[in-house]
Design a protein around this ligand. Structure first.
Ligand code: ZN
Length: 203
């Protein structure tokens, strides 16, 4: 399986990093080795002094598809989840400055937290889902899928122009504002509406 991530999909997050608003979605990939194993803590890697959490809504692909039309995109997933796109921000800034790929800063081992998935049918409208990240029991990031620049079905159409989507692939749909550094002993908890879907200890 592969993980396809969308960058700069929420206006407030684009502003907080002083990035330019993109004209089309920014995409990058994480390998399956980036997935943080269930119940394992996240170890801050030695090559970074500034790992940020980015909480993101996830979409799990349930059938193979290429050049998927937005109108039919809803047929390609039944589950919605929440995860963290851990980012070595110090390293990413250096790579961005030089125009180099971001993988070392975003695709390292453990950099993808994948929480429990919920059935799409649990939601009235997938374009109106509230989610949040709590750090040590305080809300650190809050988002709603209505605030995405490109909504889920549009992302599937766009991504599948470039990459064939396969069963089990996961799309990270971008982070809202509030990204911040994690420190040893932090506890990060993710919620979709009021349901806790992951809890991660930082080491
Ligand atoms: Zn992200």
């Amino acid at each position: 399986m592969k993980i396809i991530c969308v960058g700069r999909n929420y206006v407030e997050h684009i502003k907080e990093l002083n990035n330019e608003a993109p004209k089309e979605p920014v995409l990058f990939l994480k390998p399956d080795t980036a997935i943080l194993l269930k119940k394992q803590p996240f170890f801050i890697p030695e090559f970074s002094n500034e790992v940020h959490h980015e909480v993101e809504i996830l979409v799990k692909i349930n059938r193979i598809g290429k050049h998927i039309d937005r109108k039919f995109a809803h047929k390609y997933y039944d589950e919605i989840g929440l995860g963290i796109d851990f980012t070595a921000r110090d390293l990413q800034s250096k790579l961005k400055e030089k125009g180099l790929p971001w993988e070392k800063a975003k695709a390292f081992d453990g950099a993808a937290v994948v929480g429990s998935f919920l059935s799409k049918s649990d939601f009235k409208d997938i374009n109106d889902i509230n989610f949040r990240l709590e750090k040590n029991d305080e809300v650190q990031q809050r988002g709603n899928t209505s605030l995405m620049l490109w909504k889920i079905d549009t992302l599937i159409e766009y991504i599948s122009k470039y990459f064939t989507l396969k069963i089990g692939d996961i799309i990270f749909t971008g982070t809202p504002s509030g990204v911040a550094k994690v420190d040893s002993n932090d506890i990060l908890k993710g919620f979709i509406e009021e349901k806790e879907v992951f809890s991660i200890k930082i080491k």
